[in-house]
Write a new protein. Structure first.
Lengths: 639, 170, 100
């Protein structure tokens, strides 16, 4: 059996074992099964990575999944450079977060359920990245959405949690509708859903148009935009970003794994995987870039004024995902994937540190009640600080290399919106540094602002939780070192590695401009840190005064631009009204009940009339017998 | 000449007696008329050279079944029978239906074609006695129905006892 | 020689009288006697056929008809007795529990 098959199927086996035997047999030991399974998958992923570096790309079908006339789809696996990178990201983060969860979820009643869902999620994500056809990708896509619902609504007895789970799933479905249409378009255009033939033939369709809803649109643009709808939903871009902040109702390891490192990056993975399609449609690329840039700005501004530590990190995720789409939109797919890879480490680390802080504060999430925690939680403080330095783009850290790559390629691209998104990206870099360090300063520095009992309880997290923090920190700092650009004397190994799959965008710019872009982004980062230090360390009264002066703006940002309220008014309330009055009032009560009650009533009526034949009089029965005899005799006579 | 005369008498008697049977008010009278009827039918059988059947008719029908009827009539002890209606309200409809049946059967009989004659001529029956001939056929060709008939009688015995017995006072 | 059709018409007449009695009388015993009447009519017809077609099988059937009539009379009368015990009336049009 091919060993790469173990990568997805080990977590699947762990899911099955945990869900079947976890409640009664494994109970507190459920984590061993899952951790061993994903650790095994990680080992094989690393081996596969070396295999791919050596050049052995795999594209094989395992067994026929659907066979219907001319339509044949198999469960198949494609492992090339892009997949190898994604495998490393997914299995590393998954393993470390599994270990962290053993400590974080200790003592929880549904312990086995948590690990089984986590393993199921890992399986679905791995099927998603290892697929060699769109249908299997869609299977993984839906699977991770489903697991996201399970895990966000893990504390299902809490109404806000189960609502958040539903919201995540339903908002995702909006995007998946477009994605499904895209896959159908692909099948209609190319006659197959496998990657290889689609990507090789797409060039021939570049000029074709198709009639969509009455308009003649370029078929490649249409497919690209429909596929991008799925990305918008899954990666929480505008306008479908509303589910990600609410998804913080789930346990923190869930937020780290799903909403930072893996599931939300599936959208970026999709765009990168379909780079052949997107590259042929300038319209689609521009849309992607604009959506990415606008989302990153939008989310960063909201994150400036939030007080819930997990929400801040959630908006940071949305913002960084915007960066990745920005990169793909200007044709720099490799840079987008590079940022995905580094982001996974430092964002997961940020979430896990937030979980660590929550653990110490007994579930408290409000920034305003924290402060001065660095002397109680040194390891958490150190790792969170390093992660924040990485996300702010401080030179030498991983985030610096990936972010810089994106900004440079945006500036130097041939895209019409290149310079615009570069400017937006730089401003967002400034905001990112600002809110990240606002979080650090308010949480770890200054005086403790919470209650006395909370202060007594403050302690560092146990080793099972801090060990993953440290390991992730290594990734957060060092993972960028494989992509040090030529400018700084590195070998740009990452770009070279991904060239066969994602190509290399042309960079129209001189070396001087490259230095300029790098300098500007570094200045943006440091000034963000500096401003945060000034406002929250030195003059702690300024934030309050600013909020008071610009209260309208502050309220707008604090209430997330009222997007949730707008959606509720425009979409949710009419739907509920229709459901209650039309569907229940009319179709259910009048139509269906009429049939369901009417048929028995009719039958009863008919039988009530038929009963009258049984009079109980013997003479009537005898007379009918005689009459029957008469009729038979008459019939026989007439023959 | 003589056979037709005898037949005419017996036919008239049978019809009149049967009308009397179904129209008497008192059930005992009906039973008596029925007895007379059975005797006339037995004579009719004698006409037709079926003396064993005639004997059976008298013994079983007149001797056993009618006596049974008589016992039940006496058991039921119907006194008010004499005073109430004999016929149900809609007896004209019954009359019509029976008249129609009579008409139908008579019409059907017109188109009757007799099949091939068997081998039991009157001479043969008179030579070997009727009982012997009857036995010959009954115990060879119709042995199985004969056995079934005995089972039917067994069932009748058991059924009659079970149905009519009084509850045991315990 | 008496033609066969006369016997058959006699049998039809007696049968019809039996049907009339069964359809119109209220007393259950008379109804039963009408049934016996019908059976006898059939017997007459069978014996006459047997005589005219010179085949014994008609008389064999009469044999069995008489047997079955005896058995049926026994059980029917037992039922009447049981019925009378419960209802203490022999009029059929007063027994309508099977209505509906």
């Amino acid at each position: 059996m091919k060993t790469y098959l173990l990568i997805p199927f080990l977590p699947l086996a762990a899911f099955l074992i945990n869900i079947l035997f976890g409640r009664n047999f494994l109970k507190e030991k459920a984590h061993w099964v899952s951790i061993l399974a994903v650790a095994g998958a990680w080992v094989i992923s690393v081996a596969t990575l070396f295999d791919i570096i050596a050049g052995n790309v795999v594209n094989e079908n395992l067994y026929t999944w659907m066979l219907s006339g001319n339509f044949k789809v198999s469960v198949g696996f494609l492992i090339d450079q892009l997949t190898a990178v994604m495998l490393i990201v997914v299995t590393t983060c998954s393993t470390l977060i599994h270990i962290y969860s053993a400590g974080y979820m200790h003592g929880d009643k549904g312990y086995y359920r948590f690990f089984s869902y986590l393993s199921l999620f890992t399986f679905c994500m791995l099927m998603l990245v290892m697929a060699n056809n769109f249908l299997q990708l869609y299977f993984g896509w839906e699977g991770v959405g489903l697991c996201s619902y399970f895990l966000i609504g893990y504390y299902f007895t809490k109404k806000s949690a189960s609502d958040a789970g539903k919201k995540a799933f339903i908002v995702n479905r909006f995007g998946d509708f477009g994605f499904g249409l895209g896959i159908i378009m692909i099948f209609l255009t190319f006659g197959t859903v496998y990657y290889a033939p689609v990507f090789s033939q797409v060039g021939g369709f570049a000029m074709q148009t198709v009639n969509f809803l009455g308009y003649d649109v370029n078929v490649v643009t249409l497919i690209a935009l429909l596929l991008f709808c799925g990305s918008i939903g899954k990666s929480a871009q505008i306008p479908l970003h509303v589910w990600l902040p609410d998804a913080m109702e789930g346990p923190t390891p869930v937020s780290a794994l799903i909403h930072a490192a893996t599931m939300v990056t599936a959208g970026v993975f999709l765009v990168a995987r379909c780079s052949a399609i997107f590259s042929l449609s300038e319209t689609a690329l521009t849309v992607v870039a604009i959506v990415g840039a606008v989302t990153s700005l939008f989310a960063a501004t909201i994150g400036l004024v939030q007080n819930d530590i997990k929400r801040i990190i959630a908006y940071s995720t949305i913002s960084q995902l915007g960066y990745m789409f920005l990169a793909c939109g200007v044709g720099a797919y490799t840079a987008g994937i590079f940022h995905l890879y580094t982001h996974a480490f430092f964002k997961a680390l940020l979430f896990l540190c937030a979980g660590s802080v929550m653990h110490a504060m007994e579930g408290e999430l409000d920034l305003q009640k924290m402060g001065g925690l660095k002397k109680y939680m040194p390891v958490t403080y150190a790792t969170m600080l390093l992660a924040s330095l990485s996300i702010s783009g401080v030179p030498g850290f991983a985030g610096f290399f990936s972010k810089d790559e994106i900004l440079w390629l945006a500036y130097a691209s041939t895209s019409p919106v290149g310079k615009l998104v570069w400017l937006t990206g730089t401003f967002v870099a400034f905001l990112t540094a600002f809110y990240s360090f606002r979080l650090i300063f308010l949480t770890f520095h200054g005086k403790f602002r919470g209650t006395h009992e909370q202060e007594h309880h403050l302690h560092e997290s146990p080793k099972v939780m801090t060990l993953p923090l440290i390991l992730l920190c290594v990734g957060a700092v060092a993972s960028g070192w494989v992509g040090i650009p030529h400018l700084l004397g590195g070998g740009a190994h990452f770009t070279e590695f991904m060239k066969p799959v994602l190509g290399h965008p042309e960079a129209h710019g001189t070396e001087a401009e490259e230095w300029m872009v790098m300098a500007v982004s570094v200045i943006a980062g440091f000034s963000g840190i500096g401003l945060a230090a000034f406002m929250y360390l030195k003059r702690a009264d300024i934030p309050g005064r600013l909020a008071g002066q610009f209260s309208g703006l502050h309220r707008l940002l604090f209430n997330k631009y009222y997007v949730d309220e707008i959606y509720s008014f425009l979409l949710i309330r009419p739907t509920l009204w229709i459901a209650k009055n039309v569907l229940i009032g009319v179709t259910d009560a009048r139509v269906i009940e009429a049939v369901v009650n009417g048929v028995p009533r009719a039958i009863g009526g008919v039988s009530r009339q038929l009963r009258k034949v049984q009079t109980g009089f013997l003479h009537h029965y005898a007379a009918i017998m005689a009459a029957g005899l008469l009729i038979i005799v008459a019939l026989m006579l007439l023959r | 000449m003589l056979p037709e005369l005898f037949f005419g008498y017996f036919a008239t008697a049978i019809i009149v007696l049967s009308i009397l049977v179904v129209t008497r008010r008192n059930p005992v009278h009906s039973v008596m008329w029925m007895l007379l009827l059975f005797f006339h039918i037995a004579s009719m059988y004698l006409f037709l050279n079926a003396e064993f059947i005639a004997a059976i008719q008298v013994i079983v029908y007149a001797g056993a079944i009618l006596v049974l009827f008589l016992f039940v009539v006496l058991l039921l002890n119907l006194r008010e029978e004499i005073k109430t209606n004999r016929f149900i309200g809609s007896w004209p409809a019954g009359l019509m239906i029976s008249a129609a049946i009579l008409f139908g059967i008579i019409t059907a009989v017109r188109s009757f074609v007799p099949g091939p004659a068997g081998k039991y001529t009157v001479a043969l029956i008179q030579q070997e006695t009727h009982a012997k001939v009857l036995g010959e056929v009954l115990y060879t060709d119709f042995l199985f129905p004969f056995e079934i008939a005995s089972l039917i009688l067994l069932v009748a015995i058991i059924g009659a006892i079970v149905l009519a017995k009084k509850k045991m006072r315990s | 020689m008496v033609p066969l059709s006369w016997y058959v018409m006699l049998s039809a007449a007696v049968f019809t009288i039996g049907v009339f009695g069964f359809l119109t009388r209220r007393n259950i015993l008379i109804m039963f006697m009408s049934i016996e009447l019908m059976l006898n009519a059939v017997n007459i017809s069978l014996v006459s056929f047997s005589h005219y077609l010179q085949d014994m099988r008609g008389q064999i059937l009469v044999f069995f008809v008489i047997t079955v009539a005896a058995a049926e009379a026994a059980i029917g009368l037992a039922i009447i007795i049981a019925l009378f015990r419960n209802k203490s009336t022999a009029h059929v049009d007063e027994m309508t529990e099977m209505k509906g």
